[in-house]
Design a protein around this ligand. Structure first.
Ligand code: T5A
Length: 211
C-alpha cells in the first residue's frame, strides 16, 4: 500500500458522517509529518468558485454538468496541490475525493462517470458508514446551513450510501469501511490501526503504555 513517494488517504461518506472530524484527528496525529490537508470541492481559487456555484447558488445545474464541475474543481486541486505533494513524498489527507462523484453523481443521479487517469488513486479510503438520517440529524443539530446537495430527499441520500457500499465492496484493498455511529475517538483508533503498516512511528506513540 505504501507508495515510494507520498501517502494519499481519503475520507468518504454521506452528509454528517464525521469526515471533517476524522480528517482533523488524523492531521493532529500526523502533525510531525506536516500533512497536506484538502477538502472537496475547493482548495484552489477556481475550486472555491465552483464550490460556491455547486453548493450555494440557486442556479439549475443538470446532473452531467454537476459531475463535470466537481471534476473540474478536482482537476485543479490534483494539478496544483495533490500530485506535487505526493511527488514530494508528503502525506495527503483529503476530505472527499473522486469517490464522492462516483457515489453522488454516479450512484444517486445516474450520471455515467469513470476515473480519469490523471487523478491519482488513494492508497487508502475510509468510508464512514452511517445511516443517512443519522448524519443529516447531526448536521441539523450542529446548525449547519443546508447546501444544494444536502437539501435532496432521503431517497437520494440513501442511494449515495448504497453506492458507497458498492464502491467499497468492489475495491476491498483500498477501502476500509468503519461504522461511523461509533464515538469519534473509536473511529480514529480504527483509522490509525488501519494505517499502521505505513505509519509505524505514529502508531507506536499512540499505544497505551503498560507497566
Ligand atoms: N459532493 C462533493 C458531490 O456531490 N460530489 C462530489 O464530487 C463532491 C466532492 C460537500 C457537498 O458536495 C457533495 C457532497 C456534499 O453534499 P461539504 O460542505 O463539504 O459539502 O459537506 P460534507 O462533505 O457533507 O461534510 P460535512 O461537514 O457536512 O459533514 P462531515 O464532514 O461528514 O461531518 P463533521 O465531521 O463535520 O461532523 C458533523 C457533526 O457531527 C458531529 C460533529 O461534531 C458535527 O457536529 N460528529 C459526530 N457525532 C457523533 N458521533 C460521531 N462519530 C461524530 N463525528 C462527528
Amino acid at each position: 500500500m505504501r507508495r515510494e513517494r507520498g501517502l494519499f488517504v481519503t475520507f468518504e461518506g454521506p452528509e454528517g458522517a464525521g469526515k471533517t472530524t476524522q480528517v482533523e484527528l488524523l492531521r493532529q496525529a500526523l502533525a510531525g509529518r506536516h500533512p497536506v490537508v484538502v477538502r472537496e470541492p475547493g482548495g484552489t481559487p477556481l475550486g472555491e468558485h465552483i464550490r460556491e456555484l455547486l453548493l450555494h447558488s440557486d442556479m439549475e445545474i443538470g446532473g452531467e454538468a454537476e459531475a463535470l464541475l466537481f471534476m473540474a474543481a478536482r482537476a485543479e486541486l490534483v494539478a496544483r496541490l495533490i500530485t506535487p505533494a505526493l511527488v514530494a513524498g508528503r502525506v495527503v489527507i483529503a476530505d472527499r475525493y473522486h469517490d464522492s462523484t462516483l457515489a453522488y453523481q454516479g450512484g444517486a443521479r445516474g450520471v455515467a462517470t469513470g476515473w480519469p487517469e490523471s487523478f491519482p488513486r488513494p492508497d487508502r479510503t475510509f468510508l464512514l458508514d452511517v445511516p443517512p438520517e443519522v448524519g443529516l440529524e447531526r448536521q441539523r443539530r450542529a446548525g449547519r446551513p443546508v447546501d444544494r446537495l444536502e437539501s435532496e430527499g432521503l431517497d437520494f441520500h440513501q442511494a449515495v450510501m448504497d453506492a458507497y457500499r458498492r464502491l467499497a465492496r468492489a475495491e476491498p484493498g483500498r477501502f476500509v469501511t468503519i461504522d461511523a455511529t461509533r464515538p469519534p475517538k473509536e473511529i480514529h483508533r480504527a483509522v490509525m490501526t488501519s494505517l499502521a503498516a505505513c505509519l509505524p512511528e505514529e502508531i507506536s506513540r499512540q499505544q497505551p503504555r503498560t507497566g
